[in-house]
Design a protein around this ligand. Structure first.
Ligand code: SAM
Length: 227
């Protein structure tokens, strides 16, 4: 606690202070998940941070999803968080295009005995149109520049009341900066992420809220009674 107080005192920026503080209030994690998280971070694989884990745990309790779709498996950490903390048995379909990560995720699912997780290897842009049935929760955590392309399929796959959680939407605040302040390399992603945020905020089939904590997340709920 003394360490945390010192770290907080050193943060001049209130947003950073809030970040450090909320990350310190870690959401629950099992020993097996902690090991997986450590391993992914050591290898530099970008996985969800404690804030998003906490958000997922809350949504799982609120929504009690029967069927979940994840776009962006990496090594399977977030899929296994959802599998572990879903309040009742659920099935998960998760999509990953990187062959090496998909293979590692399969091994991790086996180790956890996660029989109700189905991993589909390939590009989400090609796989999403093939999916049928409804998903009560969709967790979108892949290449940010592609989200706007996926949106029509995601809305199709959500039932009324279904939840779409999109991670890392604010890119450490960069999304709110003028496009002229963004490096040329990041301009396309900046533009597409803004288009995506505008689309999920204005689409009359969705109710969306943006959360600033962590790297930013958006929660969208498909409205009931709106086609
Ligand atoms: N959700 C994971 C977790 O927290 O454990 C982390 C996912 S990581 C941020 C994003 C993953 O999306 C990467 O492993 C990347 O290979 C994958 N990805 C990127 N573009 C994709 C695409 N078009 N289709 C499928 N997977 C994609």
């Amino acid at each position: 606690m003394a360490d945390l107080i010192e770290i907080l005192a050193a943060q001049r920026d209130p947003a950073e202070r809030i970040g450090v503080f909320s990350e310190s209030l870690h959401a629950e994690e099992t020993e097996a998940l902690r090991e997986l998280e450590k391993h992914a971070l050591e290898k530099g694989i970008p996985i969800i941070r404690p804030h998003t884990r906490g958000l997922l745990q809350c949504i799982l309790e609120m929504k009690e999803p029967g069927r979940i779709l994840e776009i962006g498996t990496a090594t399977g950490y977030s899929a296994l968080v959802m599998y572990t903390y879903a309040p009742s048995p659920c099935s998960i379909v998760t999509i990953e295009k990187d062959e090496g990560r998909a293979a590692e995720a399969r091994r991790n699912f086996d180790t956890f005995g996660a029989e109700r997780i189905e991993l589909i290897e390939g590009d989400a842009a090609e796989i999403l149109p093939e999916l049928t049935g409804a998903f009560d929760l969709i967790f979108l955590d892949a290449a940010k520049g592609q989200y706007i392309r996926y949106l029509p399929e995601l809305i199709r796959l959500l039932p009324p009341g279904g939840v779409l959680l999109t991670d890392n939407v604010l890119k450490e605040g960069e999304i709110t900066a003028s496009k002229f302040a963004v490096t040329r390399r990041n301009r396309t992603i900046h533009k597409r992420m803004r288009e995506y945020l505008t689309a999920i905020s204005r689409d009359e089939r969705l109710r969306t809220v943006l959360l600033e904590t962590g790297d930013g997340a958006a929660i969208s709920v498909k409205r009931r009674g709106v086609q």
